[in-house]
Design a protein around this ligand. Structure first.
Ligand code: FAD
Length: 457
């Protein structure tokens, strides 16, 4: 008879330490076979062959597999669709249970429900755990019940909840129960042994999956503690290294959100606040999945967007004639990253000055950002367009020139990405700010009035 195993399915949690789902798998009582699937449903629709995120994933998974192999543990790594891969695993192993960390995006929910059904048919369960966020939607609710749609009260309840249960950390000191580390290392002996289960399956190369190498550098995770200590003073200045650049690592779980929230608490309240924004947008997506395609405020879907394709192309290339916008778009195109302040400026410019549907900008960011995260990207875009939860009011139109003067007065950031700025080679502004602002106000006002009139009919 074959020995029963537990499968741990890595997805957005690519680490062996402080990993909730992995901890539960390792303490299940069965040998643990780790699994990663390069999912063709996701990879086949990526537009760029040199997508740096695929490279990063491939390197990270290969590294995980090598680390486990050093201690004699096999890892299953596959390129295919989850349904097909899981059928192969069912043939190969006698699966007692499977564990994974919860993913809140629509595709992931459907995928997990399908695999859960498949496993149930085999007499095994897929057990999902919280790991990607500090609090899931139902954990931070209004006193009267229901989800928050405004950030400030949400953040107050979030912080109060953090202290509502205190536990002991590994050294016996007090720690918020919700930020406690999962001691996976202590149970690493529970991984399946190569001598009993064979060598696993080799990690495919990017070329095996139809991808090439990318020149885009991947930000590291050290040493950002020093920077975080004065984050509140540097975070708004795009010309300095003033933010953590951890976004990509939070997205793929190469760092633990609990560990960084613990550090943030000790180091800088403003930084912790940003991590709360991350949970906030995650809960918006959990409670209102319709925001993926619709404006959170439905009346904003009545706005008559201009959607001029050549304007959009100029914005994508960073040739608008507004240096802060152009520097941001060129930064995004060059390194898959854009500073938060500049994300707000470029998003406002697209949706207000050019009157292009926020969904177009959201799609472009999704294609380019290394730290792309559906919930935060959608939240950021709907904030800029005025259509989201707790959004900037529609009549607040960023002045890109004033923003540059305030946050990049010496043109440090602009000159880094737009070297021809100030020469004849730099394009003239594609719109007049005052006229474009007025056009945006008129168009938004008319759209919202139309929606109101239709709603009252
Ligand atoms: P830091 O400033 O060091 O912040 C630390 C972490 O806090 C970030 O890595 C992120 O996980 C979280 N965080 C910070 N600000 C926000 C925020 N406003 N909303 C949610 N989480 C936040 N963030 C993404 O992670 N993925 C996206 O796809 C994304 N798209 C955005 C699109 C627009 C239009 C806007 C305005 C913002 C977007 N953000 C997104 C939020 C923010 O810009 C990035 O999280 C941040 O710039 C990433 O850089 P960092 O890691 O250095 O962040």
């Amino acid at each position: 008879m074959r020995e029963k195993v537990t499968i741990f399915w890595f997805r957005r949690d690519l680490r062996l330490h402080d990993n909730a789902g992995l901890y539960h798998a390792l303490t299940s009582g069965y040998p643990v076979v780790p699994l990663f699937i390069f999912d063709r449903h996701i990879l086949d629709v990526l537009e760029d062959e040199d997508d740096a995120r695929v490279m990063f994933l491939q390197h990270t998974v290969q590294h995980l597999q090598a680390e486990l192999a050093e201690d004699g543990h096999p890892m299953e790594v596959h390129y295919g669709t989850p349904e097909r891969v899981w059928r192969q695993l069912i043939d190969k192993y006698d699966i007692a249970e499977a564990h994974a960390n919860r993913d809140y995006e629509a595709y992931a929910k459907t995928r997990d429900a399908d695999i859960e059904d498949l496993l149930r048919g085999e007499g095994a369960a897929l057990l999902l755990h919280k790991d990607h966020v500090i609090f899931e939607a139902e954990e931070v609710q209004k006193q009267a019940g229901g989800a928050y749609t405004v950030f400030t009260p949400y953040s107050k309840t979030w912080l109060a909840k953090l202290d509502s249960r205190v536990d002991e950390d590994a050294d016996g000191g007090p720690v918020s129960f919700y930020l406690k580390a999962y001691p996976c290392g202590k149970y690493s002996g529970a991984f399946a042994k190569r001598s009993d289960f064979g060598p696993g399956t080799p990690c495919p190369s990017p070329a095996d999956m139809g991808f090439g190498e990318s020149p885009v550098p991947i930000p590291g995770t050290t040493p950002v503690e020093a920077l975080i200590a004065h984050y509140d003073q540097t975070r708004d200045i795009p010309g300095v290294e003033g933010t953590s650049r951890l976004g990509m690592h939070f997205r793929h779980g190469t760092v633990s959100i609990r560990q960084w929230a613990r550090r943030a608490r000790a180091l800088n309240a403003t930084f912790l606040n940003e991590l709360i924004w991350r949970d906030f947008y995650s809960q918006v997506l959990q409670v209102h999945p319709r925001v993926i395609t619709e404006s959170f405020r439905p009346e904003y879907d009545a706005i008559a967007w201009r959607n001029d394709e050549s304007d959009y192309e100029r914005w994508c290339r960073g040739e608008t004639g507004f240096p802060m916008v152009d520097a941001g778009m060129r930064q995004l195109n060059a390194i898959g990253y854009m500073h938060n302040r500049v994300r707000m400026v470029t998003a406002s410019f697209l949706t207000k000055h050019l009157l292009i549907d926020w969904r177009w900008g959201e799609r472009y960011f999704a294609r380019k950002l290394l730290d792309y995260e559906l919930a935060s990207n959608n939240g950021g875009w709907q904030w800029a367009a005025g259509s989201g939860t707790d959004a900037a009011p529609y009549f607040r139109v960023f002045n890109p020139t004033a923003q540059q003067k305030k946050f990049d007065p010496k043109l440090v950031y602009v000159k880094q990405y737009v070297p021809e700025y100030g020469t004849a080679a730099y394009p003239a502004p594609m719109v007049d700010h005052a006229a474009a602002r007025q056009r945006a106000l008129d168009t938004y006002r008319a759209g919202l009035a139309r929606a109101r009139a239709e709603g009252s009919r």
